[in-house]
Design a protein. Structure first.
Length: 134
């Protein structure tokens, strides 16, 4: 009495192409925009909290990072409440020392020097235990 059911019949509007996608079963219109190539929200969280720190740590471990405090002292004139320079009793302008502090961080490529320094450090080898002590 008829052929077996092959699924719902879909009509195609003239001028629109339909094709099957591998991600979803069914038809998708060729005019519809594709989704962004970024992963879903869960995948974005994995990228932000695991992949990025892993890649950054692989980068930073080959650098020698030094942070130093740079101190600069300058003589500046003393200014009164009217905005004029204060003159001392001997006729010279009064000055005071102004101190400026700034942290300066330098990054130098070190290669595997950090690992060499690590395994030659007495505290590290004492904590791990020397290979000959077994």
């Amino acid at each position: 009495m008829g052929s077996p059911a092959a699924g719902p019949i879909r009509t195609v509007k003239p001028g629109r192409a339909f094709f099957r996608t591998s991600q979803r079963k069914g038809l998708r219109c060729a005019d519809q925009p594709r989704q962004a190539p970024l992963p879903r929200p869960g995948g974005r969280l994995v990228l932000v909290f695991t992949v990025f720190p892993l890649v950054y740590s692989l980068y930073i471990r080959r650098l020698n990072v030094e942070t130093k405090m740079q101190v600069k002292q300058d003589k500046v004139p003393v200014i009164d409440a009217n905005g004029k320079q204060v003159i001392s009793a001997n006729g010279q302008p009064e000055t005071r020392i102004q101190v400026t502090r700034q942290n300066v961080t330098t990054y130098k490529y070190n290669g595997f020097g950090n690992y060499v320094r690590l395994f030659h450090d007495f505290n590290v080898t004492a904590a791990i235990g020397s290979p000959s002590s077994s």
